[in-house]
Design a protein around this ligand. Structure first.
Ligand code: NAG
Ligand code: NAG
Ligand code: NAG
Ligand code: NAG
Ligand code: NAG
Ligand code: NAG
Ligand code: NAG
Length: 344
């Protein structure tokens, strides 16, 4: 028999040039080496005797989904050439918890009714890099993770995720979503921790996002402002990324980043001319490639005193119109924890 190994698969999304402290990571059971399969396993796949609830059908040039026998909980179908999900394939797969379909060619119109929508115990659906134009479903209310990165979603009806009280992770980056198309879609997701809507066509940050959110990623959109009080409604938020957007000074209301939960704020690659006001608890501030032309310490060090100082560890200001010499003399006292202040 073979031991069930685990390997670390870094999230597709976080190819971050090492800029961020946080990277999400997923553990997947590794695909088994050739070996004995359970007798009920589909002949195209492998169901290891040591892990009989998993069926590995990934990386096999499959054009179709094999019939899934009963008892399977974890189904790996990534990296094939699957184009459709036909009636019947999941009829006996009533225990299915994880369905991994990343990197196939499935279109929304070829997902037949009575397939994914009948998987009442489904918890993870990984469906990135396919050709979906709408979210599959209706999905089970037991979902905890949904990944639809790199599809062609242009709509996302407000009832798509309704009742998913345990959904913690939602990846919708690299689609064609507009501000209007996601209106109301995230409300009442009371366990949601990570929402990624980067690389879409949003003009505004998503509205009605739940207060449980820890990470909100909205890079590479057309966002020009942060609504007044937006962060005050997200008391747990620690990571906010809005890089590669169209933020301008007039779109940043006074005090909008004055919240003590936030640890990382990425406003790089925008059109800001000044350093926004932040709270002293912020640890990482990314402002590279903006149009900043003065080092205004007051916005970062309002509170500064011998015992009160900024918690900033990283401050990136490269790609702006300021140099080290624009830095006021009293900076060091306030930025005493900043090990990385980058100007160029
Ligand atoms: C998807 O289909 C396109 C052509 O329609 C083909 O070029 C591509 O290789 C296919 N990809 C996969 C993963 O099968
Ligand atoms: C489902 O299981 C039953 C009983 O084992 C079997 O007769 C039937 O052919 C299976 N259906 C499919 C689609 O595999
Ligand atoms: C959410 O998780 C809890 C605890 O595991 C479980 O009791 C509950 O049924 C789940 N909710 C749904 C809708 O599956
Ligand atoms: C930031 O918010 C706190 C209350 O949460 C308030 O006491 C403080 O004055 C605010 N700071 C600024 C600069 O507005
Ligand atoms: C930072 O937030 C804390 C808690 O809300 C608040 O007391 C403090 O005044 C804020 N700092 C600034 C500079 O506004
Ligand atoms: C630290 O700064 C906060 C405002 O941000 C202020 O309320 C507090 O009194 C200051 N503490 C000291 C010891 O200066
Ligand atoms: C850059 O800064 C210098 C001096 O601080 C100023 O003279 C110049 O106009 C600025 N350039 C831009 C493009 O803002």
């Amino acid at each position: 028999m073979f031991a069930l190994g685990f390997f670390l698969l870094a999230g597709l999304l976080c190819q971050s040039l090492g800029q961020y402290e946080y990277d999400d990571e997923y553990y997947f059971p590794s695909a088994p080496v050739e070996g004995l399969s359970t007798p009920t396993c589909s002949q195209e796949c492998e169901c290891p005797l040591s892990f009989p609830t998993a069926m590995y059908c990934n990386d096999r040039n499959l054009k179709f989904i094999p019939i899934v026998p009963s008892g399977i909980k974890y189904l790996y179908l990534q990296n094939n050439h699957i184009e459709e999900i036909k009636t019947g394939v999941f009829d006996n797969a009533t225990d299915l918890r994880w369905l991994i379909l990343d990197n196939n060619n499935i279109t929304s119109d070829k997902i037949q009714a009575g397939t994914i929508d009948k998987l009442s115990k489904l918890e993870k659906l990984l469906f990135s890099n396919n050709k979906l134009t709408k979210a599959p479903g209706p999905l089970s209310k037991s979902m905890d993770e949904l990944k639809l990165i790199g599809n062609q979603l242009s709509s996302f009806p407000s009832n798509t995720l309704s009742g998913m009280e345990n959904l913690t992770t939602l990846h919708l980056s690299k689609n064609k979503l507009t501000t209007e198309s996601i209106t109301g879609a995230f409300k009442n997701l009371k366990s949601l921790v990570l929402l990624d809507v980067s690389e879409n066509k949003l003009k505004k940050l998503p509205s009605g996002v739940p207060p449980s959110l820890l990470m909100l990623y909205a890079d590479n959109n057309d966002i020009d402002s942060i609504p007044n009080g937006y962060l005050a409604k997200l008391p747990a938020l620690q990571y906010l990324r809005v890089s590669h957007n169209k933020l301008v000074d007039s779109g940043i209301p006074a005090g909008v980043f004055n919240v003590s939960s936030l640890l990382e704020l990425d406003l790089s690659f925008n059109k800001l001319k000044s350093i926004p006001e932040i709270n002293e608890s912020l640890e990482h501030l990314y402002l590279q490639v903006n149009e900043i032309n003065k080092f205004d310490l007051t916005n970062i060090c309002k509170f500064s005193s011998p015992v009160n100082y900024s918690r900033l560890k990283t401050l990136r200001l490269d790609g702006n119109n300021i140099t080290h010499s624009s830095m006021p003399d009293d900076t060091a006292n306030c930025l005493r924890q900043a090990s990385e202040i980058i100007f160029e």
